[in-house]
Design a protein around this ligand. Sequence first.
Ligand code: SF4
Length: 251
Amino acid sequence: MVIRSETSAGGVPRIIDRNVAYRGEIGQERKAFCIDYIKRKKATLKDLQQRQLDSVKSNGAQISCQKGCVYCCMAYMQASVGECEAIVYYLYQKQPALDTFLCNYSTWRQQLRQNGDLFLECGQLWLEKSQAGSGNKIKNALTMAENAYRRQGMLCPFLSQGACVIYEARPFTCASLVATSPPENCSPVSKLKAETLVFGTPQIFDNSFYYGKIEGTVLAFMPLMVHGILTGGYEFLSNIPGLEGLEIYQD
Ligand code: SF4
């Protein structure tokens, strides 16, 4: 699924109030799903971190990622619907994090538009890459599209003062990547090669949900999907294949 624009009921941007978001029977199931997802994610991220440390150490190297280094937060980051739902719940529990995201979002989105919405090509190519039989041509095109996205030098709207405000609930795509070369090699304009390792997290393909059955793997450009859920709630989610009908629970 490629999210093309953020929408909200009647086209008027609004943030779904946290009390409304988890109201009623379906709201309670939604809340329970998010709490459980965050709990499982914390455990998975802890395990992932240990795997990364062990693996890098066994190769005699060191992880060079450090607080304040933000180069990977210029990348195109995807997340599943479940992850984004859990991030929305997390934001509702952490007012400063929600404020940071909302404060950064408009400028970030405007800049993306001015640059030609390069994320659309990344999303489309990810979709094509996931189809059976896609070859090197698509893979190379995706690498080029992601590099072009990074060269914009745009920081993720969840970043504040060099730190991720949703760190505990950050997407698996963010957490799975570590560098072992000097941090400056990761700059999108660096001429030096960055040594990076990507550790698989199959949990990203977990399609479980509290309503309906999500069809296929739905990974989307994370900040856009989170904003879409915050502003459009069930109405936004009901556009996802398999979640049709969810909008009737909109307050
Ligand atoms: S979600 Fe956090 S870790 Fe991921 S790109 Fe954004 S700021 Fe960086």
